[in-house]
Write a protein that binds this ligand. Structure first.
Ligand SMILES: Cc1ncc(COP(=O)(O)O)c(C=O)c1O
Length: 429
C-alpha cells in the first residue's frame, strides 16, 4: 500500500491526511490513490511490454467511471461482463477495439449491443452461447470475433467461490471437448474463431497455474489453427493476486516470465484482464466507530461501514487489514504482522450496523482501544468493494474520492434517501 502511509501517526493517501477526507466527505468513504492506480497499471504494461498486450482492465473489480476513465487515458482497454459494464467502459472513453466481452450468460440484446459497439473479442463459454452469438451476428450481417474460453482443469486454489478453472464449475468449455466444438464451427458464416481464453481464478499468488495454463493454451492455439481458424489472440484473463496481509503477492513480472514464452511461441497478441491487481491496493474504506461493546466475553467495535459496503469478509472469508487512521503512540503505525497479538491491543470483532451476524469486516483482530468517533481504515478495499456494494438494510451506498497528490475530488457522491427509492417512487399507488 505504497501510496497509503502513516506520517506523524496519521494515515495519508498520497499527500492528503485521511481525517481531512473523512471530515469533508463523511464516512463510510472509499478513498483511492491515482498514483497507486497508475503505478499498478504501468507495472502490468511494463512487465508484458514485449508482447504488445491489450491490457483490458476488468470493470467488475471497480467500475467507477472516473477510475475507468483514468485507465482508458493511460492506454488500458476493458474486460466487461454485462451490458452495464460495457456502458461504463464506453462512457468512460473506452473503445470497442480494446473491449473484450466475457460472461457465461450474455443475452441476445447484449450480444447485439457488443457487436454494434465493435467489441474486438467475445469470450464464449458454451456451445449454446457460440451458436446464439453466431445467429445474432449473422442476422446483423457480420462475423462475431470469438475467443473460446476453456476450462483448463487446473486448481489454483483460491476460494470455492472464486475458483474458475477446476472441473465442474460453470465457466468455460471443457478442455476435453473444446477442440471438437472449435471444429464444429469451421466456416460458420457468423463466427470468426480468433482466440483462446482462460481465466484461472482470483486471487492467485503463484505463477505456476499460469505456466500450466499457458502450456495448455499453446496446444489449443495449434489445434485450432490446424483446423483452419485464424487464431490471433491469447487471452490469459485476470486473477493476479495482491498482498492483503503482508507481502505475499508476486510482482507482475513473475507472471510475465511464465506467460510471455507461450505468447512468443504462438505469435498471438496477448490479452490480459487484470482487475484486483490494479485497483485492490489502490483503495481503502474509511469508517468511524459508532460504539464499542462487550457481550458474551467478546469485544465488539461497531463502526459505520457494513457488509453492504464491503461484503468480501463475509462472502469469501477474506482478510483485510483494519487499523486506526490515527493510532496512539503505544502501538505501531503499520504492524508487520497484523494478525499477531500486538502489544497494547486486544482482540475485537469489527462489525457494522447491518442486522446480520455475518456483518463484519474483521474477526478476532488485535486492535488498540477505540472510542466513539475514532476513524478506522480497512485496507486493500479498492477491488470488489464498492463494486459489490448494495443497499441492504436500505443503507445508502458510500461516497468515493480520488486523491491526486495534495488534491482530492469526489468521484461518486454519497447516495441520498431520494436515490434509495427513485425506482419505486413513480410506482407507488
Ligand atoms: C473472466 C474474468 N476476467 C478477469 C477477471 C478479473 O479478475 P481479477 O480482478 O482477479 O484480476 C475476472 C474475475 O472474476 C473474470 O471472471
Amino acid at each position: 500500500m505504497d501510496h497509503f502511509a502513516y506520517r506523524d501517526r496519521t494515515l495519508l493517501c498520497e499527500d492528503v491526511p485521511v481525517p481531512e477526507l473523512a471530515e469533508k466527505y463523511g464516512t463510510p468513504l472509499y478513498v483511492y490513490s491515482e498514483a497507486a492506480l497508475l503505478a499498478r497499471l504501468t507495472e502490468v504494461q511494463t512487465a508484458f511490454k514485449a508482447a504488445d498486450p491489450i491490457i483490458a482492465y476488468s470493470v467488475k473489480s471497480n467500475g467507477n467511471l472516473s477510475i475507468c476513465r483514468l485507465m482508458a487515458q493511460h492506454g488500458s482497454g476493458f474486460d466487461v461482463t454485462s451490458g452495464g459494464e460495457l456502458h461504463r467502459a464506453l462512457t468512460a472513453g473506452g473503445s470497442g477495439k480494446k473491449i473484450v466481452y466475457a460472461g457465461v450468460g450474455k443475452s441476445d440484446a447484449e450480444m447485439r449491443d457488443g457487436l454494434a459497439k465493435g467489441v474486438f473479442l467475445f469470450n464464449v463459454e458454451s456451445e449454446a452461447e457460440l451458436h446464439a452469438l453466431g445467429a445474432v451476428a449473422q442476422s446483423l450481417g457480420v462475423k462475431a470475433p470469438v475467443a473460446l474460453r476453456v476450462n483448463p482443469d487446473l486448481p489454483p486454489k483460491t476460494h470455492a467461490k472464486t475458483d474458475t478453472s477446476v472441473k465442474g464449475v460453470k465457466f468455460g468449455l471443457d478442455i476435453e471437448t473444446v477442440v471438437d466444438v472449435a471444429r464444429s464451427v469451421v466456416g460458420h458464416p457468423g463466427l470468426a474463431i480468433v482466440g483462446v481464453h482462460m481465466h484461472l481464478g482470483s486471487p492467485i499468488l503463484s505463477a505456476e497455474p499460469y505456466r500450466q495454463g499457458a502450456a495448455k493454451a499453446v496446444q489449443l492455439v495449434k489445434a485450432f489453427r490446424e483446423m483452419g481458424h485464424d487464431i490471433r489472440f491469447l487471452n490469459m484473463g485476470g486473477g493476479f493476486g495482491i498482498s492483503y496481509r503482508k507481502q505475499e503477492a508476486l510482482p507482475a513480472a513473475a507472471f510475465a516470465e511464465v506467460i510471455l514464452p507461450a505468447v512468443k511461441e504462438t505469435g498471438c497478441q496477448l490479452v490480459l484482464e487484470p482487475g484486483r491487481f490494479i485497483v485492490g491496493n489502490s483503495g481503502i474504506l474509511v469508517s468511524r466507530v459508532v460504539f464499542t461493546k462487550e457481550t458474551g466475553g467478546k469485544r465488539y467495535v461497531i463502526q459505520d461501514a457494513a457488509m453492504n459496503d464491503l461484503i468480501r469478509p463475509t462472502l469469501y472469508d477474506s482478510f483485510h487489514r483494519v487499523w486506526p487512521v490515527t493510532p496512539a503512540a503505544d502501538v505501531p503505525t503499520w504492524p508487520e504482522d497484523c494478525e499477531a497479538a500486538i502489544p497494547n491491543t486486544q482482540p475485537v470483532d469489527v462489525v457494522g450496523p447491518v442486522c446480520e451476524s455475518g456483518d463484519f469486516l474483521a474477526k478476532g483482530r488485535h486492535l488498540p482501544a477505540l472510542s466513539r468517533g475514532d476513524l478506522l481504515a480497512t485496507f486493500s478495499a479498492g477491488a470488489y468493494g464498492m463494486a459489490m456494494a448494495s443497499n441492504y438494510n436500505s443503507r445508502l451506498r458510500a461516497a468515493e474520492v480520488l486523491v491526486t497528490g495534495r488534491t482530492h475530488r469526489l468521484i461518486r457522491r454519497r447516495e441520498t434517501f431520494a436515490d434509495l427509492t427513485a425506482c419505486e417512487d413513480d410506482c407507488l399507488r
